[in-house]
Design a protein around this ligand. Structure first.
Ligand code: NAD
Length: 353
């Protein structure tokens, strides 16, 4: 099977590319425009595989999308390309509207045009798998409530509103045109190759440098955490076994308050890097509470029983095992993250050298 995967130089996309190339016979065409979040160094280990190819294309560029579909003739699409950082969406929503809504529309139209010309056997087997977030559901009030696939949409941020719009577009293309689609909504991912603007890598790297660990508000916001390699396996499972037109929620059964995530990172660093930066008695002394994010959702928690029961996927990592692996990965992979922190990953793109 040939998979056209968008956003394969990003955090989750790169994990999916590595998973497919290293564990299956399928081939991947990675379509990515390489924004600040795109880093080909995250997939360096699969670069030489004959099953991997790359197209530097913007999903808003209709002509380029048509060229890619006609050239590569994919059997299916996995759509991960997006603007993904909530804080950036508050400071500048335009890029989120453009990529997440207009870009998804352009990709849907390019896929539909290509799909409509496929022979009947390939047409039925075609899949357009849209990867989305649990943030489309807004936040939960009751401590026992969980997001299910039928929870109403109530997005809070420009990011989640743009992802909600894209989910609606995908379902409309299924309903109106009959194009075979799948939608997945997942919780917060963490793990190797995570861009250091996100909570977990930011805390690890700031702590190692003896910098403040900024925590929004009182730090009591609750998120469900999903190890990125568990998510990559889940996405591949849905692509292969999911029922057309269905939505699957993907979660890690790991609800944690943000402050507890930060404290866990601090205690792992106490154990793994006892030689602290000068003047620091304990990593947790670096925790600094900062003004809360506007519109900050209080609690997200996902009911992932549908994918578990119907498709047989379950997460392998607990939060404790996954966060330990993640901290160890950052300690072992300074060359990757120091090139992100100093910007050289973007100036000297792999493949351009
Ligand atoms: P990311 O920001 O790390 O990567 C996004 C990738 O998309 C980058 O490689 C970037 O270059 C590419 N891209 C951005 N705009 C593009 C455009 N116009 N054309 C082509 N490529 C473009 O994102 P991520 O964390 O890997 O998230 C992947 C998907 O999963 C997104 O759709 C996101 O909404 C969703 N998601 C992420 C999380 C999470 O915790 N990270 C949780 C739930 C859902």
């Amino acid at each position: 099977m040939k998979i056209l995967l968008t956003g394969g130089a990003g955090f989750i996309g790169s994990a999916v590319v590595r998973h497919i190339i290293q564990n299956t016979q399928d081939s991947v065409v990675n379509l990515d425009s390489l924004t600040y979040a795109g880093n080909l160094e995250s997939i360096a280990e699969v670069f030489d595989s004959p099953n991997y190819s790359f197209e530097q294309v913007d999903i808003c560029d209709k002509n380029e999308l048509k060229r890619v579909f006609d050239l590569h003739k994919p059997d299916c699409v996995m759509h991960l390309a997006a603007e993904s950082h909530v804080d950036r969406s508050i400071d500048g929503p335009a890029a989120f509207i453009e990529t997440n809504i207009v870009g998804t529309y352009c990709l849907l139209e390019a896929a539909r045009s290509y799909w409509s010309r496929l022979p009947a056997s390939k047409k039925d087997a075609f899949r357009f798998h849209h990867i989305s977030t649990d943030e489309v559901y807004g936040d939960l009030e009751g401590v026992d409530d969980l997001f299910t696939e039928t929870t109403s949409y109530a997005p809070s941020s420009p990011y989640s509103a743009s992802k909600a719009s894209s989910d609606h577009l995908v379902r409309a293309w299924q309903r109106t045109y009959g194009m075979p689609t799948l939608v997945t909504n997942c919780s917060n991912n963490y793990g190797p190759y995570h861009f250091p603007e996100k909570l977990i890598p930011l805390m690890i790297l700031n702590a190692l440098e003896g910098k403040a660990l900024p925590v929004y508000g009182d730090g009591q916001q609750i998120r469900d955490w999903l190890y990125v390699e568990d998510h990559a396996r889940a996405l591949y499972t849905v692509l292969n076994k999911g029922e057309v037109g269905q939505t699957y929620n993907i979660g890690g059964h790991n609800e944690k308050a943000n402050i507890d995530v930060v404290k866990t990172i601090c205690s792992l660093l106490e154990e793994l890097v006892p030689n602290k930066p000068e003047g620091i008695a304990a990593y947790s002394d670096l925790i600094t509470y900062v003004t809360d994010r506007p519109g900050h959702d209080v609690r997200y928690a996902i009911d992932a029983s549908k994918i578990e029961k119907e498709l047989g996927w379950t997460p392998e990592e607990t939060f404790e095992s996954g966060i330990r692996k993640t901290v160890v990965w950052y300690l072992d992979n300074q060359p990757w993250w120091s090139r992100v922190l100093d910007g050289s990953y973007a100036r000297e793109r792999l493949g351009d050298q």
